[in-house]
Design a protein around this ligand. Structure first.
Ligand SMILES: [Zn+2]
Length: 282
């Protein structure tokens, strides 16, 4: 019997809240309005190929107000098109720098704002900047999180504790176990494998296994999961859809075509985080 193969597709919907907190050098950015404009195109593409995704939405964007910070109507449209709305923190905070009180507040405010906006439970969480990655139990150490996060910083265990306390059930995670990082240093490239569910502090977690975007590494992971079973975890940002980079629609469209083809052949399923929480193991 072949094992279940599935793709989990995420769009990190940062808006100007994320652009204001950019950590990619040069400080705040101005791409916030592109998040909304490009999402209209994305909704068309995902409908055309019938691929559901999880949109990881910054909670503050669901409050009443105008672009580039708010558009509750668009978030409702995402939800009513059959996509999952997950939380991407309240204002795209860098979580390692939050103490427990501030973390709980961000998680609660984001969940409340999104649930009131779409009128449905929000149970999935996608950490901004794919951090924290510090997770001692699996030998994943982050010196920069330890150096810059402060004495009461958030690591992956304390994040999942706080998620459980605030009613979330799923978290996308990105830590890399020590053995994997040592091997990667040796060969000079990422050594990703089809992902499996894992539990951290009662939260169902799935580890990212593509570098972001829709080029060869993502396609190869999808093909590999179709062969051997397991989850391919793919993500991008709506604001990067016309950037010319790995998240550009010129790469996205062939990936969606490949997913549709594999699904038609019965070799790949499209899953949402909420399904993963409730489903049998994959
Ligand atoms: Zn983000």
């Amino acid at each position: 019997m072949t094992r279940t193969a599935a793709i989990l597709f995420f769009w990190d919907y940062d808006t100007q809240w994320g652009a204001d907190r950019s950590r990619s050098g040069g400080g705040a950015k101005t791409w916030g309005s592109l998040e909304f404009e490009n999402t209209e195109r994305l909704l068309e593409l995902h409908a055309k190929y019938d691929v559901a995704a999880c949109f990881a939405v910054v909670g503050a964007a669901a409050l009443p107000g105008k672009r580039p910070y708010h558009d509750p109507a668009q978030i409702r449209r995402i939800h009513s098109a059959g996509h999952e709305v997950g939380s991407h923190a309240f204002q795209h905070e860098w979580l390692p720098g939050l103490n427990r009180r501030a973390l709980l507040e961000s998680l609660r405010r984001s969940k409340n704002a999104l649930e009131q906006c779409v009128g449905a439970p929000v149970i999935s969480f996608i950490p901004p900047f794919n951090q924290p990655v510090d997770y001692i139990k699996k030998g994943s150490f982050s010196l920069s999180e330890r150096r810059n996060g402060g004495r009461d910083r958030t690591d992956l265990s304390s994040l999942c504790d706080a998620l459980a306390e605030t009613g979330y059930r799923f978290c996308r995670v990105s830590y890399r176990p020590l053995a994997q990082r040592l091997a990667e240093r040796l060969v000079g490239r990422r050594l990703d494998r089809p992902a499996r569910r894992e539990k951290i502090a009662d939260i169902t977690c799935v580890r990212l296994n593509t570098p972001g975007g829709f080029t060869a590494p993502a396609i190869e992971m999808i093909n590999r999961c179709a062969e051997t079973g397991g989850l391919a975890v793919v993500y991008g940002h709506p604001h990067s859809l016309l950037s010319g980079g790995p998240q550009d629609q010129t790469h996205l469209v062939p990936l969606l075509e490949r997913v549709a083809q594999l699904r038609q052949e019965g070799r790949l399923q499209v899953r949402l985080p909420a399904d993963i929480v409730h489903a049998r193991p994959v």
